[in-house]
Design a protein around this ligand. Structure first.
Ligand SMILES: C[S@@+](CC[C@H](N)C(=O)[O-])C[C@H]1O[C@@H](n2cnc3c(N)ncnc32)[C@H](O)[C@@H]1O
Length: 264
């Protein structure tokens, strides 16, 4: 029997830009578009647009994972060269590219505020596992994002460095990760998830199995404009945390709006 949702999901994933996205997310977004009464052609376009907004828009050019893996392997014994190579690759994701100028200070400020930490979960991590050389060496690092190829590449990098943990692909809204960790990082991701579901941020933060969260927001749009973003994000997030009864502490980091949240 024909199944319009199966057909639409398969058509979405047939596009080369969408082939590595976890099928559950493509299916969930496709179902939402069909439920609006769109034709299959309109629903295909609208689903791909949404996937572009939440993921594709951040990717710059060709993501050459096999070449990157070779380049990283070639410098793995030289810490300075490894960090330089990681920086070059981090520039391929708009979100981590924006953070490159402040990367050292960013983690220094976060770990100074956190104190000793054994494990983190990096939610919607993008290429952020490539910042493992900046993180404490004994830290167990978990990361999750929607791209099967990106997360496999990042997990291979983690394993090659000999760091405990795992990086995997999942739709964190459909399956919020229940991995128990000391801290969850939710960097610049809530506005992105809220494009699909306006209550997604609250639902996700509640579900995370961590007593503490580090939640951040961009201070400019992807196009580089400020548009009053920090003030808007701050007001909305501080209201959310107050409603949940979560104490928060803003961290003094230039270039990104960062909060430490005591979820308890
Ligand atoms: C603004 S970027 C932030 C990336 C990373 N946290 C950082 O700060 O560098 C948003 C990330 O969310 C991921 N993403 C979007 N929707 C998601 C979902 N439903 N589940 C998991 N990851 C998602 C995208 O692929 C993208 O890497």
């Amino acid at each position: 029997m024909p199944d319009p949702l199966n057909d639409l999901t398969a058509a979405v994933l047939a596009g080369p830009k969408y082939a590595a996205i976890v099928p559950e997310l493509a299916r969930r977004l496709a179902a939402a578009e069909l439920a609006k009464g769109r034709s299959p052609k309109e629903a295909l376009k609208a689903t791909r647009n949404k996937l572009h907004q939440v993921g594709g828009a951040y990717l710059g050019g060709r993501m050459d994972y096999p070449d990157w893996a070779d380049r990283l392997a070639a410098v793995s014994a030289d810490p300075a060269a490894l960090q330089a190579e990681c920086r070059a690759i981090l520039a391929a994701h708009a979100s981590s590219r924006e953070r490159l100028p402040i990367l050292d200070d960013f983690y220094a400020a976060i770990f100074a505020a956190l104190g000793p930490v054994n494990s983190v979960l990096d939610v919607a991590c993008g290429l952020n596992p490539l910042t493992l050389p900046w993180l404490p060496p004994d830290l167990t690092y978990y990361g999750v994002d929607i791209y099967t190829d990106m997360t496999a590449f990042c997990d291979e990098f983690r394993a090659r460095l000999g760091r405990p943990g795992r990086v995997w692909a999942a739709d964190v809204l459909a399956q919020p990760p229940d991995t128990a960790v000391d801290v969850a990082f939710v960097f610049k991701t809530l506005p992105c998830l809220e494009q699909v579901d306006k209550d997604a941020g609250r639902t996700l933060l509640r579900a995370l199995n961590a007593a503490r969260l580090v939640v951040s927001f961009p201070v400019t749009s992807l196009g580089g404009r400020a548009k009053g973003m920090p003030a808007n994000y701050a007001a909305r997030f501080e209201a959310l945390a107050a409603a949940e009864g979560w104490p928060i502490q803003p961290l003094n980091i230039t270039g990104e709006l960062v909060y430490l949240v005591e979820k308890g």
